[in-house]
Design a protein around this ligand. Sequence first.
Ligand code: ZN
Length: 283
Amino acid sequence: MKLVRFGTGGAEKPGIITADGRIRDVSSHVADYDHAFFSAGGIQRLHAIAADCDTLPSVSPSVRIGPPIGRPRNVFAIGLNYGDHAKETGVAIPVEPILFMKATSAICGPHDPILIPRGSKKTDWEVELAIIIGSDARYLDSKAAARGVIAGFCLANDVSEREFQIERGGQWSKGKSSANFLPLGPWLVTADELADPQSLGLTLDVNGIRRQTGNTSSMIFDVWHIVHYLSQFFLLEAGDVVLTGTPPGVGMGRKPPEYLKAGDVVTLGADGLGSQTSLCQQA
Ligand code: ZN
């Protein structure tokens, strides 16, 4: 099943994408795809609603698509999780997942503009697989247990300002959290429908030129390892987002480095997760 949210930013309604590719409005059954929805078994309920989808109102295909979940409580992110990307940034392969937090206010829709922060000279791109947590979890006792707390997956762009992230002291968070630095979607595919999250091709183009090509099979730590690992340190909450790292080809790794500017168009995609197209604008 594919979950979408559509409509004006901040007032999106929940929907599903049916087999015919149409968006159907489920807002008469479901308030939103948020902590309450996931923790009350909302996906199971939605499966039952989707089974009778002809009764659901159809939505115009030209509607704005929002992020596929309501504002989560946490966005966790793993850095340098592809060996070839770690190499291009000049650092050693990590022995434990490298964790940072991204502000939840950075989330935007998959085709919303990427806003280049004021004073930025080094705004960069990162195509990623995002995990959506399906139930609260702490101290999971195995990777197998992690499977049971994943609601699904979606496409993400972990937009990053490298000067703010690396050259301005402190943690990575301030280079990762500017408004519209986390386009999510277009849809959340439920875990039952994505046969193998560790064999997904990922691509990212800037102005039609391929910059990133990767496959989630190259992750150092797989999605179940990451969720199990995080649960040893945090209370994971239903609806949380976990970014799993980016394959090689980011702007920082190019020689010379290349960064985004107003007017650039960033297009990214992943097998089974759809695609995003974002215009870069000055904030
Ligand atoms: Zn990243």
